[in-house]
Ligand binder design. Structure first.
Ligand SMILES: C[S@@+](CC[C@H](N)C(=O)[O-])C[C@H]1O[C@@H](n2cnc3c(N)ncnc32)[C@H](O)[C@@H]1O
Length: 249
């Protein structure tokens, strides 16, 4: 069986599971998704932080881009969780290089995907790591990946962007969330509110078109190995920023 067929099978096994509603899934759905991820994903190391391993399906996003229709709105049917995005790679490396940023603090990984940011935060000594995603498959993958890395991460199914800021959170991570204009607008507004409220907001981004051009303080830049299919480059410079709480962005 060709690799491409395997990836397509994985995607349909996971996303063809009937769900009561995207945000109110039946317990059976989670179990089926967990089985599918374990069966077809491979525990592979992060490129920049090989001490972290995650269930990944190499080529899944490219396959989805080739076979599926983009979904309006949340875009939840793309298997984002099946690969570590350049932003996630850079964010994880940064947290492991600068553990004081999250040590003994409560960390909230927005749009966690596979959960690499939250897992790195836990590894770096966070008091609590929360991984939040609007896709049940991502939330399920985060739980499996936390277990794989022997860390505790609270994996939460939610789209928080139209609601209040999370309570008791010291640091918000936002890696690779500026790929669509509608998501970029909502994410930027919410994160800016969080920064103004005194939360440390870290952004990691490989130069996506919709990242704000101002109000960001650069903290680090990493050359991330990337796929020619999805990023059209073998190495993509990916920056980690802090949102300046006093700036307009
Ligand atoms: C490109 S992936 C990045 C994943 C991870 N941060 C990384 O860098 O590897 C974007 C993730 O954000 C999630 N997402 C998109 N919109 C969201 C929203 N409004 N609320 C929560 N999660 C969202 C998607 O489901 C997806 O898992």
């Amino acid at each position: 069986m060709g690799r491409r067929k395997t990836v397509r099978q994985c995607i349909s096994m996971i996303y063809d599971v009937p769900m009561a509603s995207p945000l109110q899934p039946a317990q059976a759905s989670t179990t089926a998704i967990r089985t599918a991820i374990r069966r077809l994903g491979m525990p592979l190391p992060s490129a920049l932080s090989p001490q972290i391993r995650l269930y990944q399906v190499p080529g899944a996003v490219a396959a989805w881009q080739g076979v599926g229709e983009p979904v309006a709105g949340l875009g939840a049917r793309c298997p984002f969780w099946a690969e570590i995005w350049p932003g996630g790679e850079a964010m994880a490396r940064f947290l492991l290089d600068a553990p004081d940023t999250v040590s003994a603090r409560v960390v909230y990984d927005l749009g966690a995907g596979c959960g690499v940011g939250a897992i790195a935060a836990a590894r770096a000594g966070a008091a609590r790591a929360r991984a939040v995603d609007c896709d049940l498959a991502a939330v399920t993958a985060v739980s499996l990946n936390a277990t794989l890395n022997a860390v505790t991460v609270a994996s939460e199914l939610a789209d928080p962007l139209d609601g209040p800021l999370p309570e008791g959170v010291d640091v918000i991570l936002a890696a690779d969330l500026w790929y669509e204009p509608w998501l970029a607008r909502r994410t930027t507004a919410w994160l800016r509110r969080a920064a103004k409220a005194g939360i440390t907001v870290l952004v990691a981004d490989p130069g996506r078109a919709h990242l704000p051009r101002s109000g960001l303080v650069e903290l680090a830049c990493y050359p991330v190995p990337t796929s020619l299919d999805t990023e059209r480059a073998a190495l993509t410079p990916t920056r980690v920023f802090r949102i300046d709480r006093d700036a307009r962005i």
